[in-house]
Write a protein that binds this ligand. Sequence first.
Ligand SMILES: [Zn+2]
Length: 436
Amino acid sequence: MQRRLFKPLVLSASLMLITACGDAPEPRVAATVDVDNIARQYTQLVLALGEHDSNYVDAYYGPGQLRDEAVARGMSAADIAAEAKALLEKIDTQPLADSDMRKLRLHYLDKQLQALAFHAEHLSNGKKANFEAQAQALYDTTPPNYTLTDFDEVLAGIAELVPGEGNLTERVVAYRKNFVIPADKLDVVFQRAIEECKQRTQAHISLPEDEDFSLEYVQDKPWSGYNWYKGKAYSLIQINSERPIDISRAVDLGCHEGYPGHHTYNALLEHKLVDELGWQEFSVYPLYSPQSLIAEGSANYGIEMAFPGEQKMQFERDVLYPLAGLDPAKAAEYAAFLQLMNRLSYAGNEIARQYINGDIDGERAVALLQQYSLNSEAEARQRLRFFDTYGAYVINYNWGKQLVRDYVEQTDDQAERWARFTRLLSSPRVPSSIEW
Ligand SMILES: [Zn+2]
């Protein structure tokens, strides 16, 4: 799959700037070269920090030589933090942006470097930052706070939908077993769901030519699905099949990991920013960074983009339930139940916050996840593992989705919503520049 040469496109981008500059070509070209240098150094610092934290570099598909050079320097995490701070000072001295995209680019580099310096510093001193500090420094946002009793009313609503004897968590866990995809139907259901997510996305977003993905089933992971973006518009999507998978997860993961979620976001960034503009910094994706809020938020909101209103339930009822051998007559009731379950999602953030801040221990967190998120004990332990591995990252899913929704739903027109959503996926936006 040979396509899109990198270097000639960099040259053509520079050439365009020279010819478009009019009466003051030289300073603008010099400024572009400066930002390109900052971007390259930022990319190398991300790759260098990846040597100290194996989860940190989520994707890199730029030149191998850049990585080799970065790694060969053998920088400590403290060195990396210091260099990131020096680069931040350079950004401050850059001339004011002369275009919206350049303004977004400088702001993106500034916020991503702040997050990088913060993470490098904490890796270096071995201290864990509290939940609020992580949200602000790593994800460029302040998530809302709740108390767990705020969710009592939702729990009461769920109790009415799932009547019976015994405690609510046990009832819910038993009820959900009716909606598990049988192991031998898993692949056919997932393939069909992703195909539908793709068709619905392609109707509104022009995807790069040759884009493609592979699907794999894995076990023993702290997440339920993962997109490993490999560059050249190709993703490896992994689904964690360690525990039973609910029928509603097929469309959720198909949209989230694939279309119009992570695969689409990464492919558009590669095509629009790396290939067309030669912006090196987008060939690397550091997990603990403001970009993750946009990535997770758009991936989760993307489910509603592709399946607005009742359409997800209708597709599941008419196509996926029969494929999985489940009773389609129960689809509407189950969708209503899941809507209420979604309203509990911020209870999970609150439990993560208390646990990360040391207010409660792991066993208490597992008990609270069972009580307020209605997780089985096994699910609660998997989520605890997620909190241990990824810290305040949990906010990116629901709070990120809310911020993306607020951005997209400023119009009622569905075509305009897709245009806003696509703009978000194709530009260097972070939470504090989402409206620019
Ligand atoms: Zn994700």
